[in-house]
Design a protein around this ligand. Structure first.
Ligand code: HEM
Length: 313
């Protein structure tokens, strides 16, 4: 879906969008809250917040949503990590082989589930993707499987980065942490948008130039590739007053962290729900959270996130 152009993209996205409804997303709210509490109950001072809190929530939620058992979540994560390394600039032949193997294994695993859901439909995303139809069009088996894989990869990696980058930013701006902690869910909407802007989790995306164009005094020739620096756009002083300041009450916040145009992130409502639900719980439950080491960023290309976030309280 990410790489398709209209009309193929319009058709595929339209079908998937029909299965990805607000009702399906909203009913995950309770599950996200329960999971957040459960993970905090298990956390120990000195833990790394990424594996202890940030990483499990999105993958378990997506497993739930798809309708695959949550005890598969570690395996789903391993496949996802291997596959997204295809986005690296300096990828090796070994990384490519591992990514292909992960894709093959993941697809085989899902094929079994799709067959099962065709026989026994349930109220889950795989069943809804099987059922969606528009103007006589349905998803093919390959489209269905690649969509499930995209939802896992796209839905997991960036959300983890927002929690990691966001908590680090809040702990480095303690006043903002306190402000949100005291305000609770009231501030959640603007706070999450600001964390998405401030330390952009997917900071670069590419586009192909489909026709010659002049923009901002630059000529863009058909057929060339343009790198869009979402992270830089999100700190544009022409759009954001005091762009380098973390301001959880920022009202006007037209950030580009979910992209723009026809490929705008399909999972944005789910990502927002996860972040608006889990982060206030973390702040309430661990009000004295602090970092025990400076956060280190992973050396990655599209994704922009931490390697680890060691915390105590
Ligand atoms: C904070 C978390 C997330 C961020 C920052 C993010 C960001 C993005 C970005 C930048 C794009 C590309 C937009 C473009 O090319 O213009 C995208 C596309 C997409 N995202 Fe997300 N995403 C997040 C979470 C999710 C979740 C939770 C899901 C699903 C469960 C998801 C599913 C998708 C899909 C399916 C696309 C492809 C849309 C298309 O090509 O039409 N994303 N996302």
């Amino acid at each position: 879906m990410l790489d398709l152009e209209p009309p193929a993209h319009t058709r595929l996205r339209g079908l998937v969008h029909k299965a990805f409804t607000a009702r399906h997303i909203e009913r995950l709210r309770e599950r996200i809250a329960q999971l957040s509490h459960q993970l905090i109950d298990q956390m120990q001072p000195g833990d790394d917040l990424l594996p202890a809190f940030a990483s499990p929530i999105p993958v378990i939620v997506i497993a739930d949503m798809l309708g695959v058992p949550t005890d598969m979540s570690q395996q789903l994560l391993d496949w996802s990590h291997a596959m997204v390394r295809m986005y690296e600039l300096a990828r090796t032949a070994e990384m490519e082989t591992a990514a292909v193997q992960a894709a093959v294994e993941f697809a085989d695993y899902l094929r079994g589930y799709v067959a099962q859901r065709r026989r026994q439909p349930k109220d889950d995303l795989i069943t809804h993707l099987i059922a969606v139809e528009e103007a006589g069009e349905k998803l093919t088996e390959d489209e269905l499987i690649s969509t499930c894989i995209l939802v896992l990869n796209a839905g997991h990696e960036a959300t983890v980065n927002v929690v990691g980058n966001g908590v680090a930013a809040l702990l480095q701006n303690r006043d903002e942490w306190e402000r949100w902690r005291q305000d609770g869910v009231g501030l959640a909407k603007t706070a999450v948008e600001e964390l998405l802007r401030y330390d952009t989790p997917l900071h670069q995306f590419n586009r192909w130039v489909l026709e010659d164009l002049e923009y901002g005094g630059q000529m863009f020739k058909q057929g060339t590739q343009v790198s869009l620096l979402l992270g830089a756009a999100n700190r544009d002083p022409a759009q954001f007053p005091n762009p380098d300041q973390l301001d959880l009450t920022r009202e006007k916040n037209p950030h580009l962290s979910f992209g723009a145009g026809i490929h705008f992130c399909l999972g944005a409502p789910l990502a927002r729900l996860e972040l608006q639900t889990s982060l206030p719980i973390l702040l309430q439950r661990l009000p004295n959270l602090e970092m025990t080491a400076a956060p280190r960023y992973r050396n990655t290309y599209h994704f922009h996130g931490l390697e680890s976030l060691l915390v105590s309280w």
